[in-house]
Design a protein around this ligand. Structure first.
Ligand code: HEM
Length: 308
């Protein structure tokens, strides 16, 4: 039934599928295996919408970050266009955390885990080791909710640097104002150094892995910052479907700014950037893709920490 919408997909099914797609790599993350640790600080912005949030009322806070390449291959080719990821884990004074984990595409490949799983399954090679692009195309045609992401993929260029990439949270979250209404939002991250990509020729002239060195060099020469923005949703904007973008005219407010202080090393190795691990007052939506992420990340975390 590969390539069709299988029902009742569980987190372990994803982890096993990722291993089929990218190979078994004991000790590594089962997705986004190749990455770069960084650390820095988070400075909150003043916002009426999020007033009362512990995340925004404690001044500057320490941050652990990880930038990553999509896929299960720890030696993935960074010259290829495609998914880049970013995890931000902010530590609050009471010991709790707020996590933001996003990707460089603005819309997800599927309205639910089943659709996403079905799509990924079409990318697997057949018994003869060959991929069948026609099968993937047919799946995209039959599943409208993967189309916007497929379009992005078609035109995506190679990220020039993690410091020159936007990252999108994709899911909807809520903030419960004390005693008042719930603020509905989606977040994304803007790089202070601007968005830069490499065209095919420029990318082909880079070494297979250049993102860590490029980032370190930029950090020596200038300040790398990321502003975390919240887009405010209206009642009619979907809060359960990450394959549906909200209208571009929705207002945006700043949540705060992350300033990078160091990169490299192993500082994020034992960190789980579970996007549902968020601080007091914030509430994850019922988005089934968001719900699937916690158990999948936990399985991957447990496996890699025990050398599997
Ligand atoms: C059903 C949907 C998804 C599944 C099953 C899934 C699964 C996973 C797994 C197993 C990991 C490795 C976790 C670890 O070992 O710590 C991972 C990492 C990651 N995922 Fe997902 N994911 C999903 C959706 C998403 C979405 C929607 C985004 C972006 C908004 C995303 C962004 C990332 C990033 C950036 C990482 C790397 C985190 C790190 O550096 O530790 N994933 N994912």
């Amino acid at each position: 039934n590969v390539g069709e919408n299988k029902e009742d997909i569980q987190a372990l099914d994803f982890v096993e599928l990722f291993e089929k797609m990218g190979g078994k790599h004991p000790g590594y993350r089962k997705a986004h295996a190749s990455g770069l640790c960084a650390s820095g600080t988070f400075m909150p912005s003043n916002s009426d919408y999020f007033s009362g949030a512990a995340l925004l009322s404690n001044g500057e806070l320490p941050v652990t970050m990880r930038f990553s390449l999509g896929g299960a291959n720890p030696k993935g080719d960074e010259r290829a266009p495609g998914a880049r990821g970013m995890g931000i884990k902010i530590k609050l004074p009471n010991g709790s955390f707020h996590t933001f984990t996003g990707n460089n595409f603005p819309v997800f490949a599927g309205k639910d885990p089943e659709t996403f799983y079905g799509f990924l399954s079409t990318l697997l090679p057949d018994v003869n080791g060959k991929r069948d692009p026609a099968r993937t195309l047919a799946y995209i045609q039959n599943n409208p909710s993967v189309q916007a992401n497929a379009m992005w993929n078609k035109t995506a260029k190679t990220a020039a640097s993690y410091a020159n990439t936007q990252f999108f949270g994709l899911h909807t979250f809520y903030f419960q104002q004390p005693g008042e209404q719930r603020i509905k939002f989606r977040w994304h991250v803007e790089p202070s150094l601007g968005v830069k990509t490499l065209d095919k020729v420029a990318a082909s002239q880079m070494p297979a892995m250049f993102l860590a060195d490029t980032f370190a060099q930029q950090l020596k020469e200038e300040t790398i910052r990321f502003t975390i923005m919240a887009t405010l949703g209206e009642a009619k904007d979907s809060d359960i479907d990450p394959s549906q973008q909200w209208p571009s005219e929705r207002p945006q407010v700043e949540l705060g700014t992350v300033t990078i202080k160091a990169s490299g090393g192993d500082t994020c190795k034992n960190t789980n950037f579970d996007p549902n691990m968020i601080s007091a007052g914030f509430i994850p939506s019922e988005d089934p893709v968001l719900k699937m992420r916690s158990p999948a990340y936990a399985i991957s975390f447990g496996k890699r920490l025990s050398g599997q």
